[in-house]
Ligand binder design. Structure first.
Ligand SMILES: [Zn+2]
Length: 226
């Protein structure tokens, strides 16, 4: 019974988020003439659109579509991934909500996909302040090749590579606004400017404040496209 209540509550919660003004058909976008198919022969939360005769649930057309993972577990996974500051691994998710590692991995992948904004507009513009910064995390996909002058010597005396073997991540943040984060193979002022203008991440006319790193201090604003 408790499981049933949880499932019903999870469905109501998801429906309220996705359809604040009542259900709409994911196939033909109408909001009128939608019937909830009640009864034992239908799955819970199944709707029928009178206009196109299509059947759908709150999962249809979302990242949760055609997965057999219960909706309550999706709700918890969405919450955990959005609320944890440092992110959450598939292993953690597996332990916390009691699913297989394969399912947890799938959920992580789908939820991250849902978090991405495919139509992200450029940030910045006239009178705005953008801040750029970098961080090094994880392992590089393609290891950096030391220059010939190093003759095989390590990067530092202690033998640790510092940031050299890590994956560089750059972020562009608008003060009081949104942020754009990506990872790059090599960070220089030039590659950053190319990236930002190519992805149209930033509009011209804004003030760019760079992190203390010498690599990002190279002038990169003039290369940005308006
Ligand atoms: Zn329809």
């Amino acid at each position: 019974m408790a499981r049933l209540v949880r499932a019903t509550a999870a469905r109501a919660h998801m429906e309220a988020i996705r359809w604040p003004n009542g259900p709409s058909c994911p196939y033909c976008d109408v909001t009128e003439g939608i019937t909830l198919l009640a009864g034992k022969s239908h799955r819970p939360g199944l709707y029928e659109c009178n206009a196109c005769r299509g059947h759908f649930t709150v999962k249809t057309g979302s990242v949760m579509e055609s997965s057999h993972i219960p909706l309550a577990k999706w709700v918890i996974a969405f919450h955990l991934m959005a609320a944890s500051k440092k992110g959450i691994s598939a292993h953690q998710l597996q332990r916390l909500i009691g699913i297989t590692y394969k399912s947890a991995w799938f959920m992580c992948h789908r939820i991250r996909e849902a978090m991405a904004d495919p139509k992200a507009a450029p940030i910045g513009g006239e009178g705005k302040v953008l801040e750029a910064g970098e961080a090094y995390h994880g392992k590089r996909e393609i290891p950096r090749v030391p220059s010939a002058q190093r003759k095989g010597r390590l990067f530092t005396k202690s033998g640790k590579s510092g940031g050299a073997e890590k994956r560089p991540i750059v972020a562009l943040v608008e003060r009081g606004g949104e942020a754009r984060v990506t990872y790059m193979q090599h960070i220089t002022g030039k590659t950053c400017a190319t990236l930002w203008s190519a992805t149209q991440a930033a509009k011209a006319g804004c003030t760019l404040i760079k992190a203390t790193s010498t690599q990002l201090s190279a002038p990169s604003v003039p290369a940005m496209r308006p």
